[in-house]
Ligand binder design. Structure first.
Ligand code: NDP
Length: 446
């Protein structure tokens, strides 16, 4: 088996050299899915995984724009259209200086499995730019978004490819992108999700990824006759996913001790309550400042510069910042301090060796493609509401989100049950694969 997996990976690696994040995501899937494929006559010999690692289309383009000093700036834009077997391409846009082809291909590949797990009809894609919104004025961000959309608009559409937000792309950016698309096409359509509620957005969409992660963790705990009430939680990041994961933990009676950004983390041993969270939302979303400001208002809390929160004692850790933020040494610290549950809010936040350690020690480990699928699920619900020209209430959308997270949990259990343990990574990868592979087989060699 090991030989078959290595042969496959070496073939993929040859075509995708210098793409470490993409290879990391493919390796994680290959190690769990290939042993399943060889036992299934319908999939074996069809080269389905080899077809799935090849994007259907990759677009790369120049984004030129003028900054506030009237200097011309040039960034690179991308859209990866990975797989459309079960629906139009769907996945976020990331604006961050680290963005490159490898990172977007890993994200697009993960997205294919994640979207399949939601059971909604969405294929997988991802895009973005190496543009850094940090420190830019609103008008600079607007000019960049307009230039970016002036090329992207010809590749997307409500039945073709429907982008959304990700790191660096929130409500403000989606607004500017949508405005430019509408102007270029002269049509008002559901071409982007994460829109404002008064112009086609869904209630609960901003909350969905963070809430969904916590619903998924709750399902894992319930399956072990356990619950969130009274648990201590460490969370990284302080953006969209981290904020709403914190809110839902507070609602369910847990104590959130940490949040972070790229400058370091804050530790509040009394726990971050709703009022404190509101202040963090103000710092990050309105003032667009650093998380360290928190300790100016709440002086009992401490700020640790250039560090992550994984050395803080907790029951549950929820990484919600970025890829590979939990390394092997962090995993060792978490286990040493008694942490027994990891729910990934970010995409691929744990390195491969950290995951192996969690699995070896039988921690409850939820991979992002399952646990953070709530965001894209509610994006799917936003698309449904746009088609119906109708708006569901908060309660209806939240109810559907809970049901979807519970169903994803059941799919992971179905395909991930080992002798005395549920391997959620294996379960998520196989469940996602089966749905996409069946559609690809039905549609022939395309
Ligand atoms: P935001 O841009 O709202 O927030 C990102 C947060 O992570 C910020 O606090 C940011 O700090 C921090 N961060 C980003 N890059 C780094 C880095 N290299 N090192 C340390 N900290 C970093 O993004 P989201 O909350 O939307 O996304 C967070 C993660 O969740 C990403 O992995 C994303 O792919 C994933 N995700 C998001 C979904 C969504 O619906 N938004 C859906 C599913 C997954 P700073 O402010 O200093 O930059």
């Amino acid at each position: 088996m090991e030989k078959i997996i290595q042969q496959f990976l070496s073939e993929v690696n040859q075509k995708n050299q210098n793409e470490p994040e993409f290879m990391q995501a493919v390796t994680e899937v290959a190690e769990t899915v290939i042993p399943y494929i060889v036992t299934q006559d319908i999939y074996y010999g069809q080269n389905i995984l080899l077809r799935m690692v090849e994007p259907e289309r990759v677009v790369s383009f120049r984004v030129a724009w003028i900054d506030d000093n009237e200097e011309i700036q040039v960034n690179r834009g991308y859209r990866i259209e990975m797989n459309s077997a079960i629906g139009p391409y769907k996945g976020g846009l990331r604006f961050h200086p680290s963005v490159n082809l490898s990172i977007l291909k890993f994200l697009a590949f993960e997205q294919v499995f994640k979207n399949a797990l939601t059971t909604l009809p969405m294929g997988g894609g991802k895009g973005g730019s190496d543009f850094d919104p940090k420190g830019k004025s609103d008008t600079e961000v607007m000019r960049f978004c307009q230039s970016f959309m002036t090329e992207l608009f010809r590749h997307i559409g409500p039945n073709k490819d429907i982008p959304a937000g990700d790191i660096g792309v929130g409500g403000r950016e989606i607004g500017y992108l949508f405005g430019q698309y509408k102007r270029l096409k002269n049509e008002f359509s559901g071409v982007l999700t994460g829109k404002g509620v008064s112009w086609g957005g869904s209630l609960i969409r901003p909350e969905a990824t963070g809430y969904g992660v916590v619903y998924f963790i709750d399902e894992m705990l319930k399956a072990n006759n356990d619950g969130l009430k009274g648990k201590s939680i460490t969370i990284s990041g302080s953006g969209n996913v981290a904020q709403y994961a914190t809110e839902k933990c507070i609602h369910l009676g847990a104590k959130v001790l940490t949040l972070s950004d790229s400058s370091g983390y804050i530790y509040d041993k009394d726990g971050i309550d709703e009022e404190k969270l509101k202040y963090i939302m103000n710092i990050k979303n309105t003032r667009r400042e650093r998380i360290s400001l928190y300790t100016k208002k709440y002086s009992k809390a401490k700020f640790y510069a250039n560090a992550n929160p994984w050395s803080v004692k907790c029951d549950i850790a929820i990484p919600c910042a970025t890829q590979n933020e939990v390394k092997l040494s962090d995993a060792k610290n978490l286990i040493k301090n008694g942490c027994y549950t990891i729910g990934e809010g970010a995409n691929m936040p744990c390195t491969a060796d950290a995951i192996h350690l969690f699995t070896k020690n039988k921690l409850l480990y939820a991979p992002g493609k399952a646990s953070n699928a709530g965001g894209v699920a509610v994006s799917g619900l936003e698309m449904a509401q746009n088609s119906l020209r109708y708006t569901w209430t908060r309660e209806v959308v939240d109810g559907k989100l809970k049901e979807i997270m519970s169903d994803i949990h059941s799919s992971c259990v179905k395909y991930g049950a080992d002798k005395d343990h549920i391997n959620y990574l294996k379960g998520a990868n196989i469940a996602g694969f089966v749905k996409v592979a069946d559609a690809m087989l039905a549609q022939g060699v395309v």
